[in-house]
Design a protein. Structure first.
Length: 183
């Protein structure tokens, strides 16, 4: 969220303890993805920011947490990787989460284009699903082989996606939890 206090309040409503967070990955440098960040940071956290992000943002994060500059694909934890920089005008990083023998791709807004993100992600393994903003993505056939399709904010064609993939897509909303292990 872009407002101070909003993220912290929503986490409290969901029963998420801020102290349980040790790593944060910021997809891109837009205020609606960074604004609430500064309310929850503490010195025990690592914040993964693209090397290309502004020094102003990095310095602001460094006041309360450790900055990890991302320059290429990088392991975040045992089953989660960042793609590293994708795009030129608005640079973003997406996450690759081990899932069902491949990866689930978690995007921010997909400003560099969902096609570009999926292409980059597929260099590292088979893509099984995608969750996040799809921006103006309209090449729906590129989603044909995916088992999970969750278009979130910044997705222009949510209705078309839901209509074409009714069994594999779902609505996205603040607080959505996905059980990837089927439990």
């Amino acid at each position: 969220g872009d407002k101070a206090g909003l993220l912290k309040n929503n986490m409290a409503e969901m029963g998420i303890d801020v102290d349980s967070i040790d790593k944060i990955v910021i997809s891109h440098e837009h205020h609606d993805h960074t604004g609430g960040l500064f309310d929850i940071l503490d010195e025990s956290m690592k914040v993964y920011l693209l090397k290309e992000f502004s020094e102003k943002l990095k310095d602001k994060v460094r006041k309360n947490a450790k900055v990890v500059e991302v320059d290429g694909m990088q392991k975040i934890s045992e089953e989660i990787f960042t793609t590293g920089k994708i795009g030129t005008d608005i640079v973003e990083q997406s996450l690759l989460i081990d899932y069902d023998g491949g990866y689930l791709v978690l995007t921010g807004c997909a400003h560099p284009g969902l096609s570009n993100i999926l292409k980059e992600a597929s260099r590292h393994g088979e893509i099984k699903g995608v969750v996040g903003g799809f921006h103006g993505f309209d090449k729906l056939d590129e989603l044909d082989g995916l088992s999970i399709i969750v278009p979130c904010h910044c997705t222009k064609y949510k209705d078309k996606i839901r209509k074409k993939y009714p069994e594999r897509s779902m609505d996205c909303y603040a607080g959505l939890e996905l059980d990837l292990e089927g439990e």
